[in-house]
Design a binder for this molecule. Structure first.
Ligand SMILES: [Zn+2]
Length: 305
């Protein structure tokens, strides 16, 4: 009897850990333009401190190396020294739909060289706009180049428009409109959680379980301000934040869609598409006018009419 109670207690202790939904956090476009709410050293400082305070651990910064001017380089060095992964996001952020394969490959290689200076550089490649090549030739060309250089395609599963929330916030600040920071935090967290839960439900539908996720965020002021609030809400809702290396051990890391596509919704969207889902591969929150309307109402407290 005592033994079975003991086993039951152990079981109850283990189950929540086993069932925790998991995600890794990544920031694209680093070092991204900073001269609005925060200047760039402040953004880096607040972001690094928030990650530490909230015990988020190591995250990944995907760098576009053309932004490595004196200031940009300093910022990236701070992220590197803080132990975060530095990944490749090309040199000049080309749109693969409008770029020849050879030019795209050269841009990738230029970034690859420039990123060697960082101690925590890892061969992870995040395609700008998630566009991996709309023809078999272009897609195959990049797949081969990544393989030759021992790269992992740093796909994402949790898509969102956090960059547009930053745009709305920065233009409100610039226009001198009063922004209620608590409301902005709630708006940011609510919108992101809605997209996270949406793609997790889509994953469960097609995979039968919740995989190790990767969220796409950007290196921006709202990220520095609210990443801690987001982490807190994620944990309240049963999520565990994991390192990116861990996320890419999931079986979906080797998944390859057979047909090339123009616009990529993220890996879960790709799997859904392959299984016949044609609509709603992008969540409602991935829409600029939707976000603007809610931002005006919920953050700027403007009436709907
Ligand atoms: Zn980008």
């Amino acid at each position: 009897m005592q033994r079975s109670i003991f086993i039951l207690i152990i079981y109850l202790l283990i189950i929540p850990a086993v069932n925790a939904k998991q995600l890794a956090i990544t920031f694209d476009d680093a070092p991204r333009k900073a001269d609005g709410y925060f200047d760039s050293p402040t953004r880096a400082k607040v972001l690094i401190e928030s990650l530490e305070q909230h015990k988020i651990g190591k995250v990944a910064f995907f760098s576009t190396t053309q932004s490595l001017d004196k200031e940009g380089l300093e910022r990236m060095r701070r992220y590197d020294k803080a132990g975060h992964i530095i990944g490749n996001h090309t040199h000049s952020h080309p749109n693969f739909l409008k770029t020849e394969l050879s030019a795209y490959q050269a841009d990738f290689l230029r970034a690859h060289q420039l990123l060697q200076q960082f101690d925590n550089f890892k061969p992870y490649f995040r395609f700008p706009y998630l566009r991996e090549g709309e023809t078999v030739e272009k897609r195959g060309g990049m797949r081969s180049l990544l393989q030759e250089n021992n790269y992992q395609n740093a796909y994402i599963t949790l898509n969102n428009y956090d960059w547009y929330i930053e745009e709305l916030f920065q233009s409100a600040v610039k226009d001198g409109r009063p922004v209620d920071m608590e409301r902005l935090s709630s708006f940011y967290v609510d919108v992101l959680m809605a997209s996270i839960n949406y793609y997790d439900a889509m994953a469960s539908k097609y995979l039968g379980h919740s995989p190790k996720h990767v969220i796409l965020l950007h290196e921006m002021d709202i990220t520095a301000l609210f990443i801690g609030d987001l982490a807190q809400r994620l944990r309240q809702e049963g999520w565990k934040i994991i390192p990116l290396e861990e996320a890419y051990k999931d079986p979906i890391a080797t998944y390859q869609l057979s047909q090339p596509i123009k616009y990529n919704p993220g890996r879960i969207g790709e799997i859904a598409l392959a299984k016949g889902q044609k609509k709603s591969l992008w969540h409602d929150t991935l829409d600029e006018s939707y976000l603007q309307k809610r931002f005006n109402q919920e953050v700027l407290l403007m009436s709907a009419h």
